[in-house]
Design a protein around this ligand. Sequence first.
Ligand code: MRU
Length: 342
Amino acid sequence: MRTIIWKDGVVITIDQTILPDEEIWIEMRSCDEIAKAIKEMKIRGAPLIGVAAAYGLALTAYHSNAENREDFLKEIDISADMLKRTRPTAVNLFWAVDRILKKAKSAEGDVETLKSIVIKEAESIAEEDAVVNKMIGKHGSKLISDGDTILTHCNAGRLATVDYGTALAVIRAAWEEGKRIKVIVDETRPKLQGARLTAYELMRDGIPVTLITDNMVGYVMFRGLVDKVIVGADRIVCDAIINKIGTYSIAVLAYEHKVPFYVAAPLSTFDLNISAKNVIIEERSPEEVTYIKSVRITPPGVNALNPAFDITPMKYVNYIICEKGILSREDLSKMAKAHHSA
Ligand code: MRU
């Protein structure tokens, strides 16, 4: 089942802010609506944000009344800028938008030709995501043994992608191969993607899942209850993994307890030309911390911090799983060096 669908100038997706109470599919007809949905996290998860942004440009193209190539490309540029201002950390958004811009600007032809090129490229980005995630699952499941208990964080599942997920792709593939695995997921405050979304997805697939609060990770590892950790990523830079806030603490705990720590992500999440110090970590509203859903849980007016992501230095990462296979830290630094010299 696809999480996002393009149908004749309409983009249809699940409103992830309402899950798991209800699965409501929303329709978007303009790039503005897509940008708003990304900002409000109705659409979330690095790969899905990238695909939604691509479809945002496809909507601009589809509904464009531009009479010439210059005006059309100007409209696409304006939409691209708007999308790039939604969320700064996940690189997939920038990757997808730039890929479409490049394709459109280098193409020959009239407005109608350019329109179909933009729409086709967005469709390819979506299609590729689904294919790549299956490959991530297939490669990553080699790291999983029968009987493993795997800890995951946030939601790197079908909901965060077009289909199948990244970290959850590995879990799904291992389960489909008949490995009797169990999953532990932490709540992932403040937006509760683990409790709301990962628990929902895994329960629907019949994969055994146990929920813990974020501050229980150390104790469950101390008790020996976790065999492996698998998380997704929002950006993989040459010296670190950028992922949902809380990932770094889990990685340090895994290191201390000698629990292997794996990251599953497509190459569209790789940004090896830069290092962690160049990444903008999104700061969201303090109200996401002082409220749970619409209930305030703090004294009124208390100060709160809300960085949405954190930085996990590469030394804590045992392997990165992508569509190419299983990469070691050494493989990654070779790739980074090749990028630098390219
Ligand atoms: O703020 P979110 O919910 O968009 O953050 C999502 C994550 O951090 C995921 O772990 C990451 O995007 C990988 S999803 C395949």
